[in-house]
Write a protein that binds this ligand. Structure first.
Ligand code: 5GP
Ligand code: MG
Length: 481
């Protein structure tokens, strides 16, 4: 979504937000109903804004706003009944960061062009958006937002107008670099697009009354549908009432599925590129137990993100699993707050220890990831105060040391507690008795794809797409010769 100029200072509080959910519906039922239900199901992918665009009475109509899906689409506060009565549409939720919380940047984006209306919902990050924008500006184009999705839409719209739908999307995709999983509406026609690397997920399902394209398969389940397949990396597929029609598959040099979807971002009940997220997390926990065993009395998860990995650790080690921490269901999300101080205070509101579980116990504490380290430092502290005798922290992903340019709001190196520190230094910093991260090999094995098919940029600092000033993944292979 938002894109800052490459090489600009991605300071705290102005980080772009790229994680989002996209959906699309076409069928014989009420498009609005299926789009709303699927967006609510995918709310975890973005809580800042929500929007739906449908084709109706010869034009594309949009309703979007700031907030959760249930807030933006609440009949008490806004009238969106004008979306009723459509058979095709797309939807979007956007991930929140501080700053740039403007409704102009909310999806879906719509333009009216000589072929009619074109609307897009986009998840990912166009890495060359600024260059493309500059060159379009030189030719007289104007832009209304800071979003790279607008750049993507303008590129597609220009080429579709000139070369027709198939060749137009193809031409635009040749220029667009980076991560994009998108749903596209051209009048009443619905398309699903996934970049040639396949960074972000995108699936298609059959519903009782039509088809659903969605970022994650759990949305298809909730609508009583059946997961048909993933959109392939580089594929553009049209969803028609009579079925799926692949327009083309743009050849990719390499596939780079984001490992962080499996580690943290996606819902455990989703299946991404044929791999169930829950099962992957259990496997991560099992590997963690094998790589970093410890004598302890119980395994407790950091709710909710560490649950499946903690369960896997317990199953593999035989150490009993228990609830040792309670999460305030209504607390605000700490990760996105602009200052360290705010984040630290918010973490306090979020979690509390169950004293009877942890008192005098040797505890294995499992979470999915450590980014800045605020959460872990605080949890270790409250467990100590609740009387835990030993605290052994185990993390279901390797050390995050480098920025993500393809969709996670981790941008500056100095944010990462693991950057430039040894495991022992991190252990001291968070105050644990021991600390173990799953290895990169362990992660790759747990996901089950070859390492070359995964983007491990935030773990290695080597990226599958050229990023000015950063190392390219192919480069290291060449260096080995
Ligand atoms: P830290 O306090 O170390 O910065 O954050 C780590 C915690 O944030 C972990 O519990 C992890 O589940 C969660 N987390 C990791 N990545 C993200 C993200 O991209 N967004 C949000 N909201 N939370 C994240
Ligand atoms: Mg968490």
């Amino acid at each position: 979504m938002d894109s800052l100029p490459l090489g600009s200072d991605h300071t705290d509080g102005q980080k772009p937000s790229e994680y989002c959910a996209v959906v699309g519906y076409k069928g014989g039922g009420e498009a609005l109903d299926s789009l709303l239900t699927s967006l609510k199901t995918l709310q975890h992918r973005g809580q800042e804004s929500a929007g739906i665009a449908v084709f109706k009475s010869g034009s594309v109509q949009v309703h979007k706003g700031m907030g959760l899906v249930s807030e933006v689409f609440n009949p008490k506060y806004s009238d969106f009944s004008f979306l009723d009565g459509s058979r095709v549409g797309i939807g979007h939720t956007r991930y929140s960061t501080a700053g740039r919380k403007t409704v102009e940047n909310a999806g879906p984006f719509v333009v009216s062009s000589s072929v009619g209306y074109i609307a897009i919902s986009h998840n990912g990050e166009i890495t060359n958006a600024e260059q493309l924008k500059e060159s379009m500006k030189r030719r007289g184009a104007t832009f209304q937002t800071t979003s790279d999705t607008e750049v993507m839409l303008m590129e597609i719209s220009r080429d579709v107008n000139e070369f027709g739908i198939v060749n137009g999307i193809k031409q635009a995709m040749n220029r667009l670099k980076g991560a994009y999983s998108a749903t596209l509406l051209i009048n009443d026609r619905l398309f699903a697009i996934r970049d040639p690397h396949g960074f972000r997920p995108l699936v298609i399902g059959r519903l009782p009354d039509g088809y659903l394209v969605a970022s994650e398969s759990c949305a298809i389940d909730v609508l009583g549908g059946e997961l048909l397949r993933d959109v392939m990396p580089g594929e553009v597929v049209e969803i028609r009432e009579d079925g799926l029609h692949t327009l083309f598959v743009q050849a990719s040099k390499s596939i780079s599925h984001c490992m962080f979807e499996y580690v943290y971002f996606a819902r455990p009940d989703s299946i991404i590129d044929g791999r169930e997220v829950f099962d992957t997390r259990i496997e991560l926990g099992r590997r963690l137990a094998r790589e970093h065993p410890v004598d302890a009395d119980l395994v407790i998860p950091v709710p909710d993100s560490g649950r499946s990995q903690a369960l896997g650790y317990s199953m593999e080690s035989g150490i009993p699993y228990n609830e040792g921490l309670i999460k305030n269901r209504f607390s605000e999300r700490t990760f996105i707050m602009p200052t360290q101080e705010q984040r630290r205070n918010a973490v306090k509101v979020k979690l509390n220890a169950i004293k009877s579980t942890v008192k005098d116990k040797r505890v294995v504490l499992v979470d999915d990831s450590i980014v800045r380290g605020n959460t872990m430092k605080h949890i270790v502290d409250i467990l100590r105060r609740a009387g835990a005798r030993e605290i052994h922290v185990r993390i279901g992903s390797p050390e995050i040391i480098a920025p993500c340019y393809f969709g996670v709001d981790m941008k500056t190196k100095d944010q990462f507690i693991a950057a430039g520190r040894t495991t022992e230094e991190i252990r001291k910093e968070i105050g644990a008795d021991s600390l173990g991260y799953v290895s990169i090999e362990g992660l790759v094995d747990a996901i089950g794809f070859p390492a070359e098919s995964l983007c491990l940029g935030c773990l290695t600092g080597k990226y599958p797409v050229t990023i000015p000033g950063e190392r390219h993944a192919a480069q290291s292979e060449l260096e080995n010769f």
